[in-house]
Design a protein around this ligand. Sequence first.
Ligand SMILES: C[S@@+](CC[C@H](N)C(=O)[O-])C[C@H]1O[C@@H](n2cnc3c(N)ncnc32)[C@H](O)[C@@H]1O
Length: 469
Amino acid sequence: MRVADALRQMMIRENPLEKILKYLRNQAGNKKERAKSFMYFMQVIKHYNLLDALVRHVTRIKEISFHSNEIAWFVCLVLIFHVKQEAISSLHDALVKRRSVDHEVPQMTLDLLDEIFPVTPSWQYIHELILSVNLKTFLVAFPHPDSFALQFAHPTFFIDKMLQLVSEKRLIRLMQEHLEDRRFFIHARDATSLKELIAWLNVKNFTYQPDRDIPRLLQVLNEPGWKQAIASHPLNSCGKIALVDKASVMVVEMLDPRAGDTILDLCAAPFMKTSISFWHMGQHGRIIANDVNSSRIQAALDGMATIPRHSIHWLNSDARCMSSFYRGGEPDKILLDVPCTGSGSFMIHPRLKWVQSSRFLQQNVVLQQSILADVIKTCKENHWKETKILYANCSYYADEGEGVMDKIMPSIELIDLHDYQINQTRGLRVSSGWKGFKCSSKVARTFPDLHDGCQAFFMALFKVPVETP
Ligand SMILES: C[S@@+](CC[C@H](N)C(=O)[O-])C[C@H]1O[C@@H](n2cnc3c(N)ncnc32)[C@H](O)[C@@H]1O
């Protein structure tokens, strides 16, 4: 459960964690309430370090003492208290923009507080103290970039790395994007499904707009009830539409799956891009989807309606030894949507903010390099000179993108993704790579502030030149 993972990462453990989870589990029968609880926790996680600092500040001034993990779960509850049921973004308004918000506490939050926090000093008292803090004065006391890190609730590791790549102004824009609610896109499998979808959205009065880059993609405004309505809609259950992230669709556009292709998707779970590729090719072609993590494969397969299971060849192996498990002949395309720090996906997975570190980054780079090394070796050994390989990940850091590509440049032939688009006449709006690398002008990046709030992705397309035997 994503909430449990996130709370553990925030050092909320043992008794309080169990109580919060029990409370959520007890609501399992009521999907609507569970979804609301999840949104509360997402807000908590997005703003965690600012709120943690505020709670520690007011409790220190008033000499209120807690056991250490009580502070952590108390933070969590205070946050929940700040967030109104109907307007989940009001936490940000209250804390950062200092707009007045309605402090009426939803009944569900009161129940949760009574269940978990029946001790003094009362949460109402701490809440009042927090509201009385002047945020501007509070933040000035911290040195740069700590003040930045608190104000926008991002780790200093991320801020330091990003300031090597972008101006302070742009970084603020990106961090603000991450604090916004997730943007939702619906992808329709074909023109008929799109027509049906639009007719239904109109009847329901849900607000949407066609995407400016990708046909059959609609952005839907996050209005109450629409997500449940989509999830239970027959178009969704029979795999004719899917909720997607725009960047994932852009990655598949760059891969350009076509009828008759053999595509090897080496890091595939939870199969978002596999499904989109399948839609491009229909039953005319072959997709081999592999992932090292069997529980991720199983969990994704259980909830997947977009592809008939028998249409894909499923594998459960380590991509670092592709040469030892793949026996399927020369693939037309290989997708390497590799594991990464996830620094480009904070809007959707805010918990990843709290695991960013140079050690975590280094671990990912090593893994990415080993996967690439084995794929290149396999192409060479098998003389697969026509296979196109798309390397992608959702990280801003150049170490996981341009840095990795520059290292393998002597063994590959990099395809210019910007030319590639023109050739395809699709004209996808993507940015070039970070400046200062050999590959910069040929690789592509997406950013939430430039590409409709989508995840930040890195993409590079290449072939492996093979000597004629
Ligand atoms: C970014 S996710 C892939 C997302 C997926 N392509 C999609 O669009 O839904 C990276 C995946 O790589 C898998 N992975 C990590 N290490 C791997 C390895 N050595 N070999 C194969 N898969 C690996 C992870 O289990 C994870 O599911």
